[in-house]
Design a protein around this ligand. Structure first.
Ligand code: SAH
Length: 217
């Protein structure tokens, strides 16, 4: 069962969480505001109610996780999202990251390869508040050619390499944030597609994501 009540206690814990990720280096006020506003415990089973505002990843079923809030904030800050941008997210999972992007004013297109997770989001009533998020069941390696090009692409699973089809679906001047690597630890990268079509790659901290797997399940 999902909790549906956002109590003062939850709101207080959320404020502390935001102070914590601010201390760890997240300075973008819009990102911090989004984390402050979104009831993260709604995205988890009520069994996690006591711990939902700890800065940790938690299981969401099917061997997948809701990312650590710091990681969500880190990726979102690097993505430099502005209102009305078209953002493609790979790995919907709990939909928490998609809601962060929507709170920042983005038009979100999010893809999940696991049918059970995709279906569970269809039944998640809180998401009806966000008509700016479009949910897709499919393989993120293929992207969404019909809806391309995108201003931003965010990959929330560990990718062994930069997916070429996703680079094609990025606007000139657009950016992709991607945890790159096939081992237990990946390097956060930001890839900018320059107007010439060339790619600029910037390297950031290390993180640990579940793998980006090809095909649907
Ligand atoms: N953004 C999520 C993080 C979920 S973990 C959140 O906020 O909760 C990563 C997710 O990526 C998992 O749900 C996994 O099933 C999904 N995934 C892995 N490979 C994928 C692919 N090729 N296409 C789409 N989703 C993928």
């Amino acid at each position: 069962m999902r909790p549906t009540e956002d109590t003062y206690r939850h709101q207080g814990l959320r404020k502390k969480l935001v102070q914590g990720i601010h201390k760890k280096g997240i300075t973008d006020e819009k990102v911090l505001d989004a984390v402050l506003d979104i009831p993260r415990h709604f995205f988890l089973d009520s069994a996690f109610d006591e711990v939902a505002y700890e800065d940790r990843a938690f299981p969401i079923g099917e061997g997948q996780t809701i990312s650590q809030p710091y990681t969500v904030a880190y990726q979102t800050q690097l993505l430099e999202v502005k209102p009305f941008m078209k953002v493609l997210e790979i790995g919907t999972g709990s939909a928490y990251q998609a809601v962060v992007l929507a709170e920042m004013g983005a038009q979100v297109y999010t893809i999940e390869r696991q049918k059970k997770l995709f279906d569970s989001n269809k039944k998640f009533d809180f998401l009806k508040k966000y008509p700016s998020i479009k949910f897709f069941y499919g393989d993120g390696y293929e992207g969404l050619p019909t809806y391309a090009p995108f201003d931003r692409i965010l990959i929330t699973a560990a990718a062994p390499q930069i997916p070429p089809k996703l680079i094609e679906q990025l606007k000139p001047g657009g950016m992709m944030v991607i945890p790159l690597g096939s081992g237990d630890v990946q390097q956060m990268m930001r890839v900018t597609k320059l107007e010439s079509g060339a790619l600029k790659e910037e390297v950031f901290d290390h993180f640990s994501f579940v793998p980006m797997v090809g095909g649907k399940k």
